[in-house]
Structures are given as structure tokens and as C-alpha cells.
Ligand binder design. Sequence first.
Ligand code: ZN
Length: 304
Amino acid sequence: MDTARADHDRRPLSLLARRLSIYSLILWITGFVLASEADAASVRSQNFIVHGPDQTVIRSVAQKAEDLRHKIAMAWLGKPLPAWPKPCPIQLKLTGGEAGGVTSFSFDQGRVTDQEMNLEGSADRIINSALPHEITHTVFAWHFGAPMPRWADEGACMLSEDHRELARQDEIINGLVDRKGHVPLGTLFTMEEYPKDLLGFYGQGYSVSRFLIEIGGRDRFLKFVGDGTKIGWDSATRRHYNLPDSKELDRAWRSWHRVVASRRAPGHLHPESTLAAADREKRNGRNNAGQPTIRAQSDDSLRR
Ligand SMILES: [Zn+2]
């Protein structure tokens, strides 16, 4: 997506607050609550409130969202997230096609103060692709309490998607490297907004995240990303990957891609896929910076 859409996705907090106060009127029954109107329904779970046109689907999405929130936090942080102080609204739009999503966060003083998710597509693709991707954004947002660098945020979120999407990303990065359309890692690491070549940006972010996780695991990856924004990417590369600078890391990534990644058959079961991971690493350390910030993720439907 482009920057303009990101700006469009920034919603005034007063509007969010008004919407949340409406949601709070919905009553709880144990577990899930169903509140239906003529053409829409809502289901509330502990940490989500899902709005959409089909009660069966939104109930499935609420249950899956809770399940993914737990599994993805365990895979990345080694422990579950605490219950959120208020449920994350999910707006669901059912179509027949591929799924996409966007999640917007507000941050203040190292904490998430508001979040909102929009998902669109077929129920199957939402549940297997867009929902795990967007839930991973929420896990990272609550872990860092601040916007995560774009390449790492999108790249690592891709690793939660199903094998169909991972295979598609493999094809994209192979094509990108073949035509030398990738950017140096020193540039990728500092990109604050989504570039014009959104597909390439997602593909390279995905591949570099896979590479770093494969050589060092998830915990090291999160520390590298947290330190990179504070002490610089060359220093973070030395500290966490024992290479002199991001140029050498770039060289290592390209060698890895040439030798390892590009030879994997499409649809290969990636051992570094978040939800397939057997090894769970413990988190320590927390990024704690921040002036009030509002951050919208890319409209991920645009990369389809
Ligand atoms: Zn995303």
C-alpha cells in the first residue's frame, strides 16, 4: 500500500472511544456473546469483538483470534499476552476472494492505547492467512509498545500465514532477486513508509526475517529489531549476529537465499513458520520508548 492509505487509516481517538463505548453496551454471557441486528452481528470473546454479516463466521473468527493470539505470543515471546484492558474490534467484510487486512494502533509512552482490525475476503482465507498475519501485528505492537520497523513487522507477520501464502512469497522473492530488484539491507532496515514496490517490499522483508530467524531464532530477531532502532543497524548486527555491519549481513542473506531458500520447493513446510515452530524462545527485554504515536499498518489486501 502507499503512504496516503496509511494516513487515511489513522482514525481520531475520539471516534474510536465513541465506538468502543457502544461496544461496551453489549452484554457478556460466559465466553462469547452474540448480539445481532437486521443485517449485522457481533461476537465478543475475552480480547476481541468481531462485527460482520454472518454469525457463524464471526463466531469462528473470534474463537480463532483468541487461539492465534495465544499461540503466536507463545511462539514469539515464550509466554501469553496478558488480557487486554478492552477488546480489539475486528470489522469483517466477506467477499469471495483472497483475504487482506489492516490493523491500526495508537501508542503512548511505550504502550498500546487503542487498536482496531479490518479483515476482508473469503472466510477460509481470512482465517488461514489474513487473521494470523494481523494477530501477529498485535503481538508485536504489545511487545514493543511502539511501531516496529516496517520490514520486520510485515516480514515476520508473513511467517504466521499458511503454506499457500508462504509459497507465494517464495516465488516473489525469487523473482525479485533474479531481477536484482531487492534493496540493500541497510536501506531496507531504515524504510519508515511503504515503498511503491509493495510486493517486493513484503517479499524481501519476509525473506530477510526468515533468514535471521533461521540463523538465530525469534528471540534474537526481536532483540536485533529493538536494538537496531536504538543503537543503529550496524551496531545491532555486530551485537546479535557477530558480523561487522549491515553490508556483511546483506551479503550473508544473499548467499543464504542463493544456496538455501531459493532451492526449496514451493509449499515447503518452513521450519521457521511461526505456527509450525516447535522451539519456543523466552523473551527478555522490552522496548520502552515513545511519544504519543498513531500507527496504521499497510492495507495487506493490496499485496495480493
Ligand atoms: Zn501486515
